[in-house]
Design a protein around this ligand. Sequence first.
Ligand code: 3PG
Length: 400
Amino acid sequence: KTVDDLKNLKGQKVLVRCDFNVPLKDGVIQNYNRIDGAIPTIKKLLDGGAKVILCSHLGKPKGEPLPEMSLAPVAPALSERLGVNVKFVSDPKVTGEETRKLAAELKDGEVLLLENTRYRAEETKYGKEDSAVEYAKELAALCDDNIFVNDAFGTAHRAHCSNVGVTKFCKENVVGYLMEKEIKFLGEAVENPVRPFVAILGGAKVSDKINVINNLLEKVDTLIIGGGMAYTFLKAKGEEIGNSLCEEDKLDYALEMINKAKERGVNLLLPVDHVEGKEFSNDTESKVVDTIDAGWSGFDIGPKTIENYKKALEGAKTVVWNGPMGVFEFEKFAEGTLEVCRAVADLKDATTVIGGGDSVNAVKRLGFADKMTHISTGGGASLEFLEGKELPGVAAADNR
Ligand code: 3PG
């Protein structure tokens, strides 16, 4: 069920779990994706005349009310976007007396933002400690055990009090528009893709994506691998990789995946040339090579690889991308990510899904965000989704 299934919202008290776990620097929000993503659901509730209570975690304060992890900076950002003054309650107990009072006094069309749900250690202990059940009850009591909306896709891979526990104590449980959109685009891409289906995986480590590679090899027509993780695959194939990143304990796994791709007829593409550098820095000496020299490291895919990858993307109808092709933060190693990004953005009639984390930063920084079908707000959650796992946050909304 989604927020569209909620009828007669007027006067109803609704608790909404968002993922406002945004990057902060000196109290200033560095990226508004998750805040922007939450707006349609909140607007829908306000337009219906509901009393809206918002909650989220931020960082990992582990039960300590750390001021640098307060949700306070999120309230003005929400107020600006909603055109409504969002009240923030600074309460280290999250569901303490002041919060309960403000929640009780909330009027139709008003919004209250709670403090970081992880200021209470119980938040992450749902299913493990009884005190966590009490905390989940306290959260539900704020909306009079009434309606809970889960719109926190980024947190859906966690089974915590504020996204899973609370569903046990509210009469109605639905998902918000952001959650719905994420499940639709990621889910359709993986479960029901229009073919050809191409996945692009990059980033530093194979170990972060073991189950993603395994699962996607059962679904895709082509798997493109770039970034630091490519070097473990190349070494597994017997290539020289100099000082490039390599996870020795994943060499067997990499070989297994190369064989799995062959068996399943998946076109698995690895770099055939590289931009290598002496040091991990933007000022380091660098050159394009077919084979990494001893004492050097591969920091980006080379021009021949870029051409291969662009060709492999031609005519793709579904693309899922997670992880950059090189160290795109440094200009001299950004070309591979930029060109692959451009090729994905230029695809016609294709569904292009950017699956969270660094690839989202890359797409945004390189200016292609508007050209993608969907940019996920989930980091770990989108990876677990691509692994084919059931996410507890999603499952809890389905079966109370
Ligand atoms: C995320 O940023 O991936 C989510 O907000 C979950 O945060 P966590 O990894 O601290 O649980």
